[in-house]
Ligand binder design. Structure first.
Ligand SMILES: C[S@@+](CC[C@H](N)C(=O)[O-])C[C@H]1O[C@@H](n2cnc3c(N)ncnc32)[C@H](O)[C@@H]1O
Length: 236
C-alpha cells in the first residue's frame, strides 16, 4: 500500500521504515515535522513505530496534536533542532522531511540529529529544491528576502538551496557516515503523481524507475533534473 502518493521521497523513506518495523519496535524522531500530516496513515498501519515529532512552529505542533488524537503512538513537542539535544542515543531512526532547505544553521541541526540517534541508528535527511527553480517570481523573490529576514532573527520563512557536498561534509565532521545521497521527484513527477495517485501499480512502476535511475546515474548528475534529495546517514 502506498502511504505518500504525492511524494516519492517520503514514500521511499516510509518503505525503508516499514522494512525495519517488520523486525520489531522502532523509535522515530521526526525533526522539523510541521503538522506531521504525511505520517498519519503510516503510524496507524505500523503501531510498532513510536513516533516523536518536533518543530519550532507552535501552531503546526498544536494542529498535529489535534490531527493525531487517534494515534496513540505519536507525540509532538515544540523544539529547535539547531539547539543542543537534551536526549542522547535515544532513537533508531531520525527523519527530517522537506526540511533542511528551511534550516538556517544546518551543522548544529545535523549534530542534533546524530546526538539523539542510537549507535547504528539511521537518519534520513530530506530536502526539496523546487522553491529555488520555481517559475513563480514571488516564490523566487522570497528566497533572498527570507535569508535577509533570518539575519534579523525571523527564521520562520527561511529557505536556502542545500548543497549536497557541504551537507555531507557537516555529517562526516559530526561523526556520521553518509550511506547514500538519493535523488527523487524527477522534473515531470509532481503532476504525474497527482494524476495517478489512486493507481498503485502505476506509482509502483514510477518508484521502480526512480530506484533504477539512482543505481545507474550519480546523485550529482541526477541533481539537474530532480526536485528532492534524501541523504541517508548512519551513526558510527
Ligand atoms: C516545509 S516544512 C516541512 C514540514 C514537514 N516535515 C512536512 O514534510 O510536511 C519545514 C519545517 O521546518 C521547520 N523548521 C525549520 N527550522 C527548524 C529548526 N531549527 N528546528 C525545528 N524545526 C524547524 C519549520 O518550522 C517547518 O515546519
Amino acid at each position: 500500500m502506498i502511504t505518500a502518493p504525492n511524494s516519492s521521497a517520503k514514500e521511499w523513506i516510509f518503505r525503508q521504515l516499514a522494512e525495519r518495523a517488520a523486525h520489531g519496535p522502532v523509535r522515530v524522531c521526526d525533526l522539523a515535522c510541521g503538522s506531521g500530516s504525511s505520517w498519519h496513515d503510516f503510524l496507524l498501519r505500523f503501531p510498532q513505530v513510536m513516533y516523536v515529532g518536533s518543530d519550532t512552529d507552535r501552531e503546526a505542533i498544536e494542529q498535529a496534536r489535534r490531527a493525531f488524537a487517534d494515534v496513540p503512538t505519536a507525540t509532538f513537542s515544540v523544539a529547535d533542532a539547531q539547539r543542543a539535544a537534551q536526549e542522547k542515543d535515544s532513537y533508531d531512526v531520525v527523519t527530517a522531511f522537506s526540511a533542511l532547505e528551511h534550516v538556517v544553521h544546518i551543522e548544529p541541526f545535523v549534530q542534533h540529529a546524530l546526538t539523539i540517534l542510537k549507535p547504528d541508528g539511521i537518519a534520513y535527511l530530506n530536502y526539496d529544491n523546487g522553491h529555488f527553480h520555481s517559475h513563480d517570481p514571488k516564490e523566487r523573490l522570497m528566497v533572498p528576502v527570507s535569508q535577509l529576514l533570518a539575519r534579523f532573527g525571523i527564521e520562520g520563512p527561511y529557505m536556502k538551496e542545500v548543497d549536497d557536498e557541504e551537507l555531507c561534509g557537516f555529517i562526516r565532521k559530526q561523526g556520521g557516515q553518509v550511506l547514500q545521497v538519493r535523488k527523487h521527484h524527477f522534473s515531470t513527477l509532481k503532476g504525474f503523481m497527482k494524476k495517478y495517485r489512486t493507481r498503485e501499480e502505476v506509482l509502483n512502476a514510477w518508484f521502480a524507475f526512480e530506484d533504477r535511475l539512482n543505481e545507474l546515474v550519480s546523485a550529482h548528475e541526477l541533481a539537474r533534473t530532480c526536485g528532492a534529495t534524501t541523504v541517508v546517514v548512519k551513526r558510527v
